[in-house]
Design a protein around this ligand. Structure first.
Ligand SMILES: [Fe+2]
Ligand SMILES: [Fe+2]
Length: 331
């Protein structure tokens, strides 16, 4: 097992800052299922989880940490996947989907590399691998490691049993973060409420005002029906696709944590006013109210401050503990 040196830590911190700077070159508030601040936090969580999986699976942790940091470096360029007149996805010469390219509003060294390599129209796992290669060569990373990193980034979107172990760890961490567990639940809240915003504004109505007056009704349907259905569909669709034993174990543990969280929240519906002040529901209600391009890590601090001593014991503390554990990618 190759562990990270202080130089690696510094280089990864430098690349991490470059990746964040790159995402902020686009001004779109929402693209597909991601809001502007989502992808940087997602990348950090994926780095945490993929290195946890690498530890358990005996993969090269150093390679995985670099690959995770750069795996979505070109993600902001991805617009819609292009489909032909037959409704099928258009493929490039390597068999990868072609993508509508979303241009940045401003430029930096990453966009310069992207343009120089002529990557427009390439889906982000392929373009990301190539941009990563240039960034890592400039930082003196050795050729073998770069080859492994580029391969793992290429594999992060479509892995198979023959993919590299590092690529399978990255694929699992990436899939789990977006679909299974506390960060995915937070994302579900943001996407669900954003969809409501769009639908209400089409009718000339304001969803947040409606929600303020009808939170109890909304939570009944959301927590008793839509979220349990969502959890079980993810369990069915995504767990069998995971590529490592460690990934499947983490996903299973996360699903259990989610199910018990939802039960805890349902139990709180009986006394919603109290739960909103001091229960696990205070956290969910805060996530629902604070939706202007949020950062989950900052939201956790904000709600803990609001909860005061209730953040230290009881259901709120349990849910905050789950969130912190999974945001760090420890489990
Ligand atoms: Fe990705
Ligand atoms: Fe990703």
């Amino acid at each position: 097992m190759t562990s990270l040196t202080h130089t690696d830590d510094r280089t990864i911190a430098d690349l991490d800052a470059l990746v964040e700077e790159t995402y902020l070159l686009w001004d779109e508030e929402w693209v597909g299922f991601s809001w502007r601040n989502y992808t940087h936090e997602h990348m950090r969580r994926v780095r945490g989880l993929s290195t946890t999986l690498a530890d358990a699976e005996g993969a090269d942790k150093r390679l995985v940490a670099y690959a995770a940091t750069l795996h979505d470096v070109t993600k902001s360029y991805d617009g819609e996947i292009l489909t032909g007149p037959d409704g099928k996805r258009v493929l490039d010469e390597n068999g990868f989907w072609r993508n509508a390219t979303l241009p940045p509003a401003r430029r930096n060294s990453v966009t310069d590399i992207y343009d120089r390599l002529g990557l427009s129209g390439t889906v982000h796992h392929a373009s990301g691998g190539q941009v990563a290669r240039v960034l890592l060569e400039a930082r003196g990373i050795d050729a073998d490691l770069i080859n492994g990193i580029e391969t793992a980034i290429l594999e992060h979107l479509i892995a198979n049993p023959d993919s590299t172990l590092a690529g399978r760890c990255l694929y699992d961490a990436d899939t789990i973060d977006a679909n299974i567990g506390m960060p995915a639940f937070y994302r579900n809240i943001q996407i669900s409420l954003r969809n409501q915003d769009v639908q209400y504004s089409k009718r000339g109505e304001h969803f947040p005002s409606w929600l303020e007056e009808n939170l109890a009704d909304f939570l009944q349907g959301y927590l008793r029906e839509r979220i349990p259905t969502w959890i079980e569909s993810k369990a069915q669709d995504f767990v069998p696709k995971l590529m490592t034993g460690a990934g499947k174990a983490v996903a299973t543990a996360r699903l259990d944590r989610l199910r018990s969280t939802v039960q805890m929240l349902i139990d709180e519906l009986d006394d919603l006013d109290r739960a909103r002040r001091q229960g696990a529901m205070a956290i969910v209600a805060s996530f629902m109210a604070r939706r202007k391009n949020p950062k989950l890590v900052a939201e956790l601090d904000a709600v803990a401050t609001e909860l005061g001593s209730h953040a230290l014991a009881g259901p709120a503390a349990t849910l905050l503990g789950y969130l912190h554990l999974e945001v760090a990618g420890h489990a």
